[in-house]
Design a protein around this ligand. Structure first.
Ligand SMILES: Cc1cc2nc3c(=O)[nH]c(=O)nc-3n(C[C@H](O)[C@H](O)[C@H](O)COP(=O)(O)O)c2cc1C
Length: 179
């Protein structure tokens, strides 16, 4: 119903220093000044547990050519078998940068990434928990986006329609004049 939505990759590091990266479509802007984003994570996921104490998280925006890796990273949803979180990341065929942020791995070949400090955690009694992050750093991949965030060419983010159905139709832009 609220689809299609971009599948972002949320990077975290657990208390025992294990990096993790999972697709999350429940993410939106909650403030522009300062930049804040809100995300909702299912309470059964390891990422939810990590975010209860983690100081921050990263958000990468994968391109459609990275769909297979995105799908596999969502192992508990896509039912892709994995032994451990470390093995999961190694097996996905995505080049990760573990140095760029202390909060979690990022995907340099994607459309861009940002790192966010956790500023609030909310439990509204539902099956997902809500985490609000304040953006500390933003990086746009110059292959896809200009420094001010304007798309260069036609970036194709991964968008989930429903379940295992994906699209990447954000490839035609129409400009409207500001009135
Ligand atoms: C395209 C896609 C979008 C997803 N969106 C969300 C989401 O918004 N919130 C969420 O909690 N899980 C979402 N998931 C499921 C998690 O990514 C998946 O279950 C993951 O394996 C959890 O891993 P973890 O237990 O290591 O944190 C999504 C999965 C996919 C494939």
């Amino acid at each position: 119903m609220l689809a299609p939505r971009i599948a972002y990759l949320i990077g975290t590091i657990s208390e025992d220093k294990t990096p993790n990266l999972i697709p999350v479509s429940n993410l939106t802007s909650a403030s522009t000044q300062p930049q804040q984003v809100v995300l909702a994570v299912y309470k059964q996921w390891t990422t939810y547990e990590t975010l209860q104490t983690a100081p921050g998280f990263t958000v990468s925006v994968p391109g459609i050519d990275q769909l297979e890796a995105v799908w596999k990273l969502g192992a508990r949803y896509s039912r892709f078998p994995t032994a451990s979180a470390g093995e999961k990341l190694a097996a996905r065929g995505l080049t990760l940068d573990h140095q760029a942020s202390d909060y979690g791995p990022v995907v340099p070949a994607g459309i861009g990434w940002m790192s966010c400090r956790v500023v609030a955690r909310l439990d509204l009694g539902g099956d997902h928990g809500i985490v609000i992050g304040q953006t500390e750093r933003v990086w746009f991949n110059p292959d896809y986006v200009d420094r001010d965030g304007t798309p260069r060419g036609t970036p194709h983010p991964v968008m989930q329609q429903t379940g295992n159905q994906f699209t990447s139709t954000a490839n035609e832009f129409t400009s409207m004049p500001y009135l």
